[in-house]
Design a protein around this ligand. Structure first.
Ligand code: GUN
Ligand code: FE
Length: 423
């Protein structure tokens, strides 16, 4: 058993921070045994690691990001979703037929997730088998957790990204056979891109794969008004966008995460709640693609699980810490229009990014007993130049801090060293 000593901050519930000044976390076999101020409360420690006056917080989880859009980060944000996909996104993703290009970009991507303290990621790759496998191997090599989706699509993209349903199934099954450890840190996730990219046959095949191999599902939901209208044309029988997924077994039949959900309301909202579908809230993407503001307060009130996603390259910022700030700010604009939807508090945003998001991976995102020890050590001494309370220190780190303040990173109990960018 190891004991880590620091100022410990986490959220058991969304409404308040747990703050333990000069506290100890006992960790054994990668999991938290307990937290408190008495070093002797957890039995004999093999080692005590003293981080002094630093902060120790749960690591970040990115619940929606497109790894092959990393080159497009922070460029090309002058269009709305559908023309943006055609003009910028599909041509970039087509390059991932080339595994040398993929390796160069994916190494930098995994490295930079590490930089910003993101230890668990739910990622879209591309339609290509080899570069998707490569991304999974890079996560494994780094020791970081990831659900990685080979993207499935067979219509309305560009020809090099179209594949037959049989090919898509064969590629998914190849990855599933290679990555079949249910306790593995890196796992496949079934990834129909969104309804407009997938024929009914492809959607059906995706639902069957998820069911047969009991795998989670990720996709996009109700992000943009033109997209939603198009889905209604393509799936005229469906009652709403969520129902269009549901008809193919892709809406909570296995654990499901849907990105955006900006326009989710009414029956779609009820279905999401009933089926326990998690929303990946991507505030920067929703701003950059002028998609809109997601009803996060409504999700919380309904008990719908929410996590935060960078959605690179719709979003421009890979830091989930800064994503908390954007989520709060967007919720304040939402509140300006609708005073019945109170804006997010800091502890709520922190809980969404850590414990709520982490629940998609199991017991991740908190320091309660039994949780996997995913953690960041923060040296905020340059931000703590006057006397600040621990509550104000975490607030200042979230609003003012950056990757330079993150001095140690842990995933499942292991300290994660800096991944190599070049081999
Ligand atoms: N909907 C379908 N594909 C995408 C994508 O790559 N990014 C975003 N933001 N939305 C999508
Ligand atoms: Fe996306």
């Amino acid at each position: 058993m190891k004991l880590y000593k620091a100022n410990i901050i986490f959220t058991r519930e969304k409404d308040k921070f747990e703050i333990i000044e000069n506290g100890y976390i006992a960790v054994e076999n990668g999991r938290v045994v307990g937290v408190g101020t008495d070093a002797n409360a957890f039995g004999e420690a093999d080692e005590i690691i003293d981080y002094g006056d630093r902060l120790l917080i749960p690591a970040m989880n990115d619940m929606h990001v497109h790894a092959p859009q990393y080159r497009n980060q922070a460029i090309a944000m002058d269009l709305e979703l559908l023309p943006w996909l055609n003009s910028y996104t599909f041509p970039e993703e087509a390059k991932y037929i080339n595994t040398e290009y993929a390796e160069r970009m994916y190494r930098r991507f995994v490295h930079d997730l590490w930089r910003f303290g993101t230890m668990r990621t739910v990622a879209f790759a591309t339609v290509h088998l080899d570069s998707t496998r490569l991304l999974m191997n890079l996560f494994r090599e780094a020791g970081m957790g990831a659900l990685v989706g080979k993207v499935d699509m067979d219509r309305n993209a560009i020809l090099p990204l179209h594949e037959s349903v049989d090919d898509a199934v064969a590629k998914n099954e190849a990855l599933i056979a290679e990555w079949n450890d249910p306790d593995g840190l890196v796992r496949p996730i079934i990834t129909p891109r969104f309804i407009p990219s997938c024929t009914p046959a492809m959607l059906r095949a995706c639902g069957e794969l998820a069911q047969k191999y009991q795998l989670p599902v990720q996709s996009h939901l109700s992000e943009n008004p033109s997209e939603i209208a198009w889905v209604q044309e393509l799936e005229p029988e469906s009652r709403n966008y969520g129902d269009a997924y549901d008809r193919y077994g892709l809406f909570g039949q296995t654990p499901t995460i849907m990105a955006h959900c900006v326009y989710t309301a009414g029956e779609e909202l009820e279905l999401m709640s009933r089926r326990n579908v998690m929303a990946a809230h991507c505030p920067t993407s929703n701003l950059n693609l002028s998609s809109g503001m997601a009803p996060i307060r409504t999700f919380l009130d309904k008990g719908i699980k929410v996590g935060l996603g960078s959605d690179i390259s719709g979003g421009h910022d890979l830091s989930i810490l800064r994503m908390m700030v954007y989520a709060i700010q967007v919720s304040k604009m939402y509140y300006c229009r609708d005073k019945s939807k109170h804006f997010l508090t800091l502890s709520e945003a922190f809980w969404i990014a850590t414990k709520s998001a982490g629940s998609f991976f199991g017991k991740v995102g908190s320091f309660e007993p039994g949780y996997e020890f995913d953690a960041l050590v923060i040296d905020d001494s340059d931000l703590n130049h006057s006397h600040y309370s621990l509550l104000h220190r975490i607030e200042r780190f979230i609003y003012l801090g950056d990757d330079r303040h993150i001095v140690h990173r842990f995933c499942r109990g292991q300290e994660i060293p800096e991944p190599r960018i070049f081999d």
